[in-house]
Design a protein around this ligand. Structure first.
Ligand code: IMP
Length: 489
């Protein structure tokens, strides 16, 4: 539970907003789980509307027990009703595993959980197709999480996806549905065999896939329903609902940096697409932004401190530095000295923040590359998501940094772009961010949870950022705990 004062202030602020959308504003890993955890205290139902096993949210129960969820909404940690909307892609095995894990942590009596009968269902073929697509792309690969999300969405749009509720059909009917998918993919599987990407006969037949998925049927039955109807009824009953986005705007399939995106609608409008609720149902959006944005996988990232591959390799090679202890402390203190001497290279800036923030993915364990605050990107994200407020996570990571480069504009072909304007992704490599050095502060703000305890320079930093973004920064994260948050009213 957040501290009492935070709880009371938020209660008042959020009271008029019965249906709240929470989305990420960068390229994922903004710490949405923690923010959702915090605001969830003021909502009855938690709803996922996009993504699938590619997402990874770490949340804590009120007793402080850790839960990592991929499919089930974060609200489960508080044992609130959970809805997995139609926009979510479902791996049934993973869903059941998450249920078991959750029961271990929360006890056997879980709050109601609903799974949409028309969400696309994962099969092993989706995984194979994803491997093929990345193989064909070669050097231009997306660097997906390997959870088959692209194929799930793509094949759904081709109208050949098996759906959750179809596992309850007669076996032969379900096999026919799967055959259509299998036949479409067969030429690709043949090619994969020829290229030795698939060795031997390791491709399941439609009958085998049907049996595998139908074996889950009795266990998932109590959860499967038309979730859009459940949500509609909930709204009629005045339940307060929190719609939690997965991934983030930069990874949205329409408004992210295509083709280096995920395949769902991770922008705020995805809440309507992925739940079937009318647009006027949504009262406000809270956009979660990481103080220093990060990216895994490939794709444009204008304010990136170092080369992606090098940053990812650094995390892989120096795993021991990421573990709390003397080595890490020594590394961080000498890196910070270098940064504050004004002579640090991009690599050194990146390494410092990678280690400080333990920037490694919850789903894949891959190292994340770090960027400076990118105001032009945020202006774009604000234009698309239309948030009422921002939640700025990991602000404590700037403690002790004397001066921080902040990207305040994008220059393309010598011309300064208007805030909110974004060139097409294929031109983004040509974008030159315009940097300003903003003064930091010496004090450690880790764990501060009261606005008045923030150093004056940190307050000034926030106000300056807010002026550029023209959006109120309501929440400021100062540490990983639920209580490590400043509410700015
Ligand atoms: P996919 O979602 O597995 O198709 O991967 C597409 C891109 O989105 C890749 O660059 C992934 O690294 C990225 N991605 C997907 N999910 C997440 C996430 O939860 N956090 C950060 N990046 C993600």
């Amino acid at each position: 539970m957040s501290n009492l004062k935070t709880h009371q202030i938020l209660k008042k602020i959020l009271a008029p907003y019965r249906n709240l959308v929470v989305v990420g504003g960068n390229w994922g890993d903004e710490g949405k789980g923690k923010i959702i955890d915090l605001v969830m205290e003021h909502y009855d139902v938690t709803v996922r509307f996009s993504g699938g096993a590619n997402a990874g949210h770490t949340v804590f129960t009120p007793k402080g027990q850790k839960l990592v969820s991929h499919l089930i909404p974060c609200g489960l940690a508080q044992n609130k009703e959970c809805v997995m909307g139609r926009g979510e892609f479902v791996d049934l095995r993973l869903f059941l595993e998450e249920l078991d894990q959750s029961k271990k942590v929360l006890g056997r009596r879980l709050a109601p959980i609903w799974l949409d009968n028309m969400s696309p269902v994962w099969t092993p073929w989706h995984g194979l197709l994803e491997a093929w697509l990345e193989y064909v792309r070669g050097k231009g690969k997306v660097g997906t999480t390997g959870k088959g999300i692209g194929p799930l969405e793509g094949l759904y749009k081709l109208r050949i996806a098996p759906l959750v509720g179809q596992v309850f059909l007669e076996r032969q009917k379900f096999i026919e549905i799967l055959e259509l998918l299998y036949k479409t993919l067969q030429p690709i599987f043949k090619e994969m065999k020829a290229e030795h990407i698939i060795i031997g006969n390791s491709i399941s037949t439609p009958a085998e896939v049907a049996d595998m998925l139908m074996a889950f049927a009795p266990k998932i039955k109590p959860f499967v329903t038309d979730t859009s109807f459940v949500l509609h009824q909930g709204i009629k009953k005045h339940q307060r609902m929190l719609f939690e986005g997965a991934q983030a705007l930069g990874l949205d399939s329409h408004y992210g940096t295509y083709p280096f995106v995920s395949s769902g609608n991770s922008a705020a409008f995805g809440a309507a697409v992925g739940t079937g609720l009318p647009m006027q149902s949504f009262d406000a959006t809270l956009m979660v932004v990481k103080t220093l944005p990060t990216r895994v996988g490939a794709g444009p990232f204008p304010s990136e401190m170092w080369q992606r591959s090098k940053a990812m390799e650094f995390a892989k090679q120096h795993g021991q530095l990421f573990v709390k202890g003397q080595n890490r402390d020594k590394f961080l203190s000498s890196a910070l000295k270098k940064i504050n001497s004004g002579t640090a290279s991009g690599a050194e800036w990146s390494q410092y923040f990678q280690v400080l923030g333990d920037e490694r993915g919850a789903t894949t364990g891959r190292g994340r590359s770090v960027g400076f605050i990118d105001i032009p990107w945020l202006c774009y994200a604000i234009r698309i998501n239309g948030p009422k407020w921002l939640a700025l996570t990991r602000f404590d990571m700037l403690s002790g940094v004397k001066k921080l480069p902040v990207a305040v504009g994008y220059r393309l072909n010598g011309k300064l772009l208007v805030p909110g304007q974004l060139p097409p992704p294929w031109d983004m490599a040509k974008v030159k961010p315009v940097f300003e050095n903003w003064p930091g502060w010496g004090e450690n703000i880790y764990g501060i949870n009261n606005k008045k305890d923030l150093p004056t320079a940190a307050k000034a930093f926030l106000s300056r950022l807010e002026k550029h973004l023209k959006t109120h920064i309501l929440l400021v994260g100062t540490g990983p705990g639920r209580g490590d948050i400043v509410v700015r009213v």
